[in-house]
Write a protein that binds this ligand. Sequence first.
Ligand code: IPM
Ligand code: MG
Length: 355
Amino acid sequence: MKTYSIAVIPGDGIGPEVTREALGVLTAAEEVFGFQTRRTLYPYGSEHYLKTKEIFPDAAFEETKAHNAIYLGAIGDPRLPIGLIEYGIIAKMRFELDLYINLRPIKLYDESLCPLKDKKPEDVDMVIVRENTEDAYVGAHGFTHKGQHHEVATQTMVYTRIGVERAIRYAFELARTRKRKQVTLIDKANAVRAQDIWTRTFAIVAREFPDCKTDHAYIDAACMWMVKNPEWFDVAVTPNLFGDIITDLGAMIQGGMGIAASGNIHPGRVSLFEPIHGSAPKHAGKNTSSPIAAIMAASMMLEYLGEKQAAAAIDQVVGDLFRSKRLKGVQTGMHSCTEVGALVASELRAVAAKV
Ligand code: IPM
Ligand code: MG
């Protein structure tokens, strides 16, 4: 039987509870589709840091790398210095594992989930390809005269030809597998002039994909179009920081933060899957958060590992639960976390029984 090794970092806040439900769905998928996962749990996150002053020791990092995939619940805690744990765990993996794609599908399962007027599932079905290793995230920042009234703070946005090109190429290859075959470049090259490298590289790579349509939007306009005309987007490729921001907007138009999942991917290598929501400390341990985003992250992980049928079945089951209104949505308190996890797992088993 096929066996996959998964490093699991449940993390902080609601991370552990949504991870538990996602792993329950994973177990159901294993039974139904005939594969196995070997899971290693890692305790890293803010709670662990507060207890031990340890963020993500090198030895543990080396170990996680040796798995087929890494699964993360959520990390972050307001008691810690801003950015410490984010850079120490998530950014560390993105950078040191060179996970250069942050893949963020935005798919509306049912009209009732969408806060936009008159938008239907066929209007909201896009994938944001967020470049994941460059831009303002490279950590090139500094302060001079810190704390004084003439203090200067700088942070450099870095784009390399290799980094930009591989993200754009990934977007086109993805578009090729989709019905509409369209790639939109989202940037701000009119103001951030360094992003001219995106404009030029996009034009060059596009020539290799004559079967794909191209489009362009500045990030400010893209925010507007995503609300007004989300149906204009199929695959969109964008620098790291804009990708971070616009995918929270995207999560809202598909029903809320509790639904949106992501894969931090280096094709062919160990990759990291996580819901895009944070740790939501004030809801932690209350069993009121939706595990759907975490479950969809598990589905993306299975797709990546090659268990495509299992991945598609989870997507189908979750979609059906929304369409039949057995799941009303993903807002806090609408359903309990454990109820949703159990429902998805049992529906998955039921689907399989019929096949
Ligand atoms: C995300 C998050 C991270 C990011 C934070 C936690 C550093 O917002 O994955 O979208 O900015 O990339
Ligand atoms: Mg974000």
